[in-house]
Design a protein around this ligand. Sequence first.
Ligand SMILES: *Cc1c(COP(=O)(O)O)cnc(C)c1O
Length: 461
Amino acid sequence: MREADFRRLLAVGLDGIERWESGFPAFASHPSLEVEPQAAIAAIDALVERLHDNYPYFHPDYAGQMQRPPHAVALAAYAVAARINPNNHALDGGRATAFLEQECVAQLAAMFGFAAPSLGHLTSSGTIANLEALWVASQLHPGKSIAFSEEAHYTHARMCDVLGVAHHRLPVDARGKIDLDALADLRPADIGTIVVTAGTTACGAVDPIHDVLAWARQRGVRVHVDAAYGGFFATIASEPSAKMDEQHWRAIAACDSVVVDPHKHGLQPYGCGAVIFADPTVGAFYRHDSPYTYFTSEELHPGEISLECSRAGAAAAALWATLRLFPLTAQGLGRSLSASRRAALLAAAEADASGVLVPVVRPELDIITFAPIAPGERVPASVVSQRSERAFARCERDAAPLFLAKWKLPRAFGCRALERVEWDADHCTVLRSVMMKPEHERYAADIARRIAAHALPERRL
Ligand SMILES: *Cc1c(COP(=O)(O)O)cnc(C)c1O
């Protein structure tokens, strides 16, 4: 079914490209590029063989990292556009896809409630998107540092190093969110921008964006939102059934910049992040001259407002086609996020009932985190780590394997989240699972039961 759809869409798209091509004079391709059909098939066969050495991301029993196959529509649109291979650096590189990109970015901006005009573009990844946001932060507040939580994505510290900007780490509370008491102690004179995370990568915690924004606004500090993973949950934040803390999602609209990764929860293949700035005048920082690419029009070229040069026009085409079918609303793309969210709640309820799994953090989006600890038990961190490692390995060795992820919970956070753990180590390994596919809703309770079956403390085995 999945494959049939993809093949049909691909055929329709490739036929259309051939019709367009046939409007140009015929030409013969160069012999240097000719291949034996059998050799070409053998190369693909050999590739497929190598590709089997992967986790089965398509299957609900893969419930580990934030990974899943893109939607067939996205893949077909990507392949069809890549047949032309537009480059969204400049309008003469990818005229059609540059305009598609603008339409996509306008929809992303509207999802976050950013008032027009804002300024944004797609990027190769969330890392590059965040790099651009931090770079603009450093340009606006030279000499000041950038603050983010201990649970912010690891690339923020790295990119601050790349930019030569000092950074400041804020501790998190028991739920993995910026600790507002620690924020109150921060010296605002030193801080130019605070990064808040809408959905941390480890446990899906949403920082108290509303409160951080209020703190920052009174002190002239900017706020950047890293919603690389969690951003698309904005489509369902005000649905009562989603049980999300809506005020923090609404506050994004009043922040200075936001990053979201369509290649995570937006059904896209890798190579699709996005950054949006509320103030379009920050585009001036990107000003540069490109003597060989900006000459086909007086209009703004995408490369004039992005740090990267070449970018895949096919990524914009794929997102654009996907958004036609899955608009950024609760009833559009939001349906799949609602299902993922329900899956996480179901798994957490099942874990509670198991008596052998304690949630490290209650799921706020679609990530579940479990420590194998029995009720009332006091247990050293090293033992929790051993149990987690063992349960992880056993799940993968089952007749029908279940693929999870692990999380090395740092001690400072762990002390707050897991009260009954005795800290005999700097880290404690726990189990983590991203219920990223809507199909997980039907599998979640079973997945939690399967984890519980392998998580019994030693003495009960
Ligand atoms: C995944 C992620 C990133 C990095 O994005 P990439 O697309 O992997 O480069 C940054 N921040 C958060 C919160 C993420 O989850």
